[in-house]
Design a protein around this ligand. Sequence first.
Ligand SMILES: Cc1cc2nc3c(=O)[nH]c(=O)nc-3n(C[C@H](O)[C@H](O)[C@H](O)COP(=O)(O)O)c2cc1C
Length: 374
Amino acid sequence: MTSQLFTPIALRGLTQPNRIVVAPMCQYSAIDGSATDWHILHLGSLAVAGPGLVMIEATGVEAEGRITPGCLGLYSDANEAALSRAVDACRAYGKAPIGIQLAHAGRKASCHVPWQGGGPLAAGDGAWQTVGPSAVSFDDGWHTPRALDRAGMDHVKAAFLAAAGRAQRLGLDLIEMHSAHGYLMHQFLSPFSNRRTDEYGGSLENRMRFPLEVARALRQTWPEDKPFGVRISASEWMDGGFTIDEAVIYCRALKAIGCDYICVSSGGNAAKARIPFGPNYQVPFAARIRKEAGIATRAVGLIVEPHQAEAILAEGEADMVALARGFLDDPHWVWHAAEALGADAVYPPQYLRCKPATWPGARIARGEPKTKVA
Ligand SMILES: Cc1cc2nc3c(=O)[nH]c(=O)nc-3n(C[C@H](O)[C@H](O)[C@H](O)COP(=O)(O)O)c2cc1C
């Protein structure tokens, strides 16, 4: 039987050669928002390894929208030039389409990188004023954001559009608006962070208004033949937060404005939420949104094994899967999945000799002869 995972998928003018996506992963290795050689190594090693799409990490649309001082940005000519080095290297040696996640961290900006604790920066560490829908901090001890007024919202929207223009100049294949994990768009959606009393707060219709406004503008500015997606947190895992029922309504509205897919994650906006981590723990959300909003979904979160990923697609729960830690652990996950599922994967010519079919002696030497599953 043909593997679903290795069946191409077309989104507008882009055909992803398979349905395996490298999830966006912050590397905290940029300088003033500009990509470094680390990004060439990191993205390059994944772009040559056969995925259907590589997503570039959450990329701040303005300096104040970065989570940490090490986060990637796309708000200056220098940022654009630096990222073009990494993108060009991926293009020169790899065949994977490349997308970028455009982000604004809102009240969760101005933090240390994770390996320095990840908490809010102190004034002496270069902390900056954060913004949010309301002046409500993420948790005790976190920065209190300045509530955005209309001029501030216009400024954020313009920053998203300018970054999308830069993404287009870089020749990227897809943009994704980050509306998950407690960052600015999610902050507008959630009653925990949005306490506004104007037309951007209160009812779901009001809480969705600004994210939809930005998404609509992005869709209009981004070339019509290129896909535009949104990553959402479909649940906050806590009473009183944004719910999966609301997420379905949000995704219907996103579909109506021309969004092509939803990457379905969860959590990130409620510091005290207890998330039931486990294999496929977010997949039921992707399945519901796919069914009830009628839009392509990308499932993500503790999808680790090839047969597990294949089953998600075969059972119609999602159209694509994304892996993050799985790719850090095994950058050649796609090749190993192809082997397990009896499918073909793309190898760069330099690495063709590692393809197990050409390498029987070595497999036996490894003591792990692998059987192909038809
Ligand atoms: C190192 C690292 C960086 C991440 N950075 C981002 C990011 O930039 N944007 C985002 O939406 N999610 C980010 N995530 C979350 C992943 O994209 C993914 O949703 C999550 O890790 C669950 O998938 P996994 O179980 O396959 O790792 C990051 C995760 C990791 C491990």
